[in-house]
Design a protein around this ligand. Structure first.
Ligand code: IPM
Ligand code: MG
Length: 368
C-alpha cells in the first residue's frame, strides 16, 4: 500500500492552456512556501497528449505512482484535436479517467458561483443569475463511464455494436450522497438528487438509496428528487432554486457544464475530486479547473488562471486543512477582479485586459 505524503503537491499541467494556468498555481504555491513558511513539496510531470507524444501513453506508471503518493494533484487540462486519431485506450482523456478510478476519487465537487463583478457576462438575465451559488456533487468513478461490458464489436451483416453499461451499487451511491449531505449542512442545507428513475433501474436504486440514507442519518437536511432532464431545464429557468445538486457521473458531466455557463465564465470555476479518508485521516484528491485545454488559445498568454488558482484554494481547504489560507486566496482573486483586471475571456468595457501571468501576479500581490 502506497502511503500518501501529506504535503506533496503533484502538478500535472497537461495539454493546451494547462501549462500556462498551472504555472500561475505554481507561483501561488511558492508564495505560500516563502511568505507563510508552508512546506509544500512540489513535483511536476506530464499527463495527457503531451505524455503520449513523449512516452506513447497518456499516463506513465511513474507518474501514476507519483500521483498515488501525493496528497494533492493539480491538473491543468488534457486533450485536443491533435490526438483525435489516437487509439481509444491511448487518448489523453484516458489518463484523467484512470487517475479518477484508480485513486478512487468518487466525489467530484463543482461549484457554480456567479461573481458579482461578472453578472453581465452570463447569457442569462442578470436577475436570474445574480447571487447564484450552486454546488454540484457528481459521482466520479461509477456509472456508464466505467461499467462493463463495454466496447465495439462486430455483429451480423457487417454491422458493429457499441456497448456501454450504466451500473451503480448501493455503496457507490451512499458514499457520494453522504458527501453531498455533509456539504449541504455547511451551506443552505438543501440537496436535490437527480437521476432518471422513470426509465433506468440504476436511477431507481439511486433515488431509493439517497432517500433511505437521508431518513437514517440526515433528516435535518432538506432532500428532494428531480429527474435529470427536468433539472437541465430548471437550471436555466430558475437556477437559484438549487443549493446542492447530487447526481451520477454522466448527468453530472452534463449538468455541470450547463451550470458553469450560468456564471458566464468557464474560466473561473474550480473543481475538486475527493477520495475517502483512510484510518489515518489521509485522503487522495485531485483539483482541476472546469475548463478544458482550449487549444485555440494555447500558448498565447491569454488564458484565465483564476479557475486553477481557485482550485488550489479548494485544495488548501479540503486536503490541507488550511481554511484561512483558502479564504485569503479567494479574497485575493475577488480583489483583483474588483480592481477591474480581466483576462480576455471575461473582458468588458472600461476594464483592464491582462495576460495569464499578469493576472497571477496581481492575485499574488493581493495576498501580501
Ligand atoms: C469533465 C470532462 C471529462 C469527463 C472528460 C475530459 C473525460 O468533460 O471533467 O467534465 O467527461 O468527465
Ligand atoms: Mg465535462
Amino acid at each position: 500500500m502506497i502511503k500518501v505524503k501529506k504535503r506533496r503537491v503533484l502538478l500535472l499541467p497537461g495539454d493546451g492552456i494547462g501549462p500556462e494556468v498551472i504555472a500561475e498555481v505554481k507561483k501561488v504555491i511558492n508564495w505560500f512556501n516563502e511568505k507563510k513558511s508552508l512546506d509544500f513539496e512540489i513535483d511536476e510531470d506530464l499527463v495527457g497528449g503531451i505524455s503520449f507524444d513523449k512516452h506513447g501513453t497518456p499516463l506513465t506508471d511513474e507518474v501514476f505512482y507519483k500521483a498515488l503518493e501525493s496528497a494533492v494533484i493539480m491538473l491543468g487540462a488534457v486533450g485536443g484535436p491533435k490526438w483525435d486519431g489516437v487509439e481509444f485506450s491511448k487518448k489523453p482523456e484516458r489518463a484523467l479517467l484512470k487517475l479518477r478510478k484508480e485513486l478512487k476519487l468518487f466525489a467530484n465537487l463543482r461549484p457554480a458561483i456567479c461573481f458579482e463583478q461578472l453578472v453581465n457576462a452570463s447569457t442569462l438575465k442578470p436577475e436570474i443569475v445574480s447571487g447564484l451559488d450552486i454546488l454540484i456533487v457528481r459521482e466520479l468513478t461509477g456509472g456508464v463511464y466505467f461499467g462493463e461490458p463495454r466496447g465495439i464489436k462486430p455483429i451480423e451483416n457487417g454491422e458493429r455494436k457499441g456497448v456501454n453499461t450504466h451500473t451503480y451499487t448501493s455503496n457507490e451511491i451512499i458514499r457520494v450522497a453522504r458527501v453531498a449531505f455533509d456539504l449541504a449542512k455547511k451551506r443552505s442545507n438543501r440537496v436535490i438528487s437527480c437521476e432518471k428513475s422513470n426509465v433506468m433501474e440504476a436511477g431507481q436504486l439511486w433515488k431509493e438509496e439517497v432517500q433511505s440514507l437521508h431518513d437514517k442519518d440526515y433528516k435535518d437536511v432538506e432532500l428532494s428528487h428531480m429527474l435529470a432532464d427536468n433539472c437541465a431545464m430548471q437550471l436555466v429557468r430558475n437556477p437559484k432554486q438549487f443549493d446542492v445538486i447530487l447526481t451520477d457521473n454522466l448527468f453530472g458531466d452534463m449538468l455541470s457544464d450547463e451550470a458553469s455557463m450560468l456564471t458566464g465564465s468557464l474560466g473561473l470555476l474550480p473543481s475538486a475530486s475527493l477520495g475517502a479518508k483512510n484510518k489515518d485521516g489521509e485522503m487522495r484528491a485531485m483539483y482541476e479547473p472546469i475548463h478544458g485545454s482550449a487549444p485555440d488559445i494555447a500558448g498565447k498568454g491569454v488564458a484565465n488562471p483564476i479557475a486553477s488558482i481557485l482550485s488550489f484554494a479548494m485544495a488548501l481547504r479540503y486536503s490541507l486543512d488550511l481554511d484561512k489560507e483558502a479564504e485569503a486566496l479567494e479574497k485575493a482573486v475577488q480583489q483583483a477582479l474588483n480592481d477591474g483586471l480581466r483576462t480576455k475571456d471575461i473582458m468588458s468595457d472600461k476594464m483592464k485586459e491582462v495576460s495569464t501571468s499578469q493576472m497571477g501576479d496581481a492575485i499574488i500581490s493581493k495576498l501580501q
